[in-house]
Design a protein around this ligand. Sequence first.
Ligand code: GZL
Length: 334
Amino acid sequence: MLNRRNFLTAAVGVAAAGTLAACAKEDKGSTGTSSGGSKTITLGFSQVGSESGWRSANTDSVKAAAKEAGYNLKFSDAQQKQENQISAIRSYIAQKVDVIAFSPVVVTGWDAVLKEAKAAKIPVVLTDRSVETSDDSLYVTLVGSDFTDEGRRAGKILEKVLEKAGHKGPVKIAQLEGTTGAAPAIERAKGFKEVMDADHKDDWKIVVSQTGDFTRAGGKQVMAAFLQSNPDINVLFAHNDDMAIGAIQSIEAAGKKPGKDILIVSIDGVKDGFVAMSEGKINAIVECNPLLGPQLMEVVKTVHDGGSVERWIKTKEGDFMQDQAKAALPTRKY
Ligand code: GZL
């Protein structure tokens, strides 16, 4: 898993711009002149897919920041398939781009293609998600969040939610996991379990846990099955807002009140998540900032110019209880 050496906490702030075709194949980047430099930097970017509101905001941020920086961006959407990311990276190597950046859909299976990038002397920057690799030199840095900490924060904020709801009795938790094998799914579950094991061995229990693949459809379908097999669930921990929003549909179809009969804690903080929270259907959200574009472009420039960067450049993010949702909504940037 990610090599947690020093990390530089860097605020990421940017307005995402415009709307995007979600399933574009590789976009032909426009040639421009990179800001401040003579030669235009060509960046090859492989995106996971367009599975969630978080992902669309992340894509917006990357494209807007590359345009702002005057980079020639080659962008591809892998539709959540590792093989598509590997072939995109190979195509960027063949096109001799200056830098490759990607958000790896899962943590394993990257060494071979990253060795090809290294052999081609093309630096690789990870964004959003990390990889497991036997050779640290295969990528320069990760620009992204601490997902284990997000899991811990979800556990801690659930304590506040239970107290605010005046909850009495056992806490029977359903967990909607992210994409199987993805760093955010592995690490959010790990962080949440750390809180359970440390402080709630006797009163909290995850009674059912399954992947909803970070999608609304997945959350809806899996939650419906959860309610069939475990009708006494009283908490849902969803690894992202889109699955929580899908789950809400199934909870309501079962005649239960989301946010009341089943308390819900989610991660991301996309606009629709805040809307559901303002309607009382989600009780708390742990923010995971997708607006990584500007930070990524700064790193790409530094790496391209031969400078050094920290091994992990971490994004700033907060946590929100239901009573903060209405006030926060107008200023949400994604
Ligand atoms: C987290 C990101 C996750 C989001 C999901 O950084 O990788 O993938 O939490 C998204 O919404 O699909």
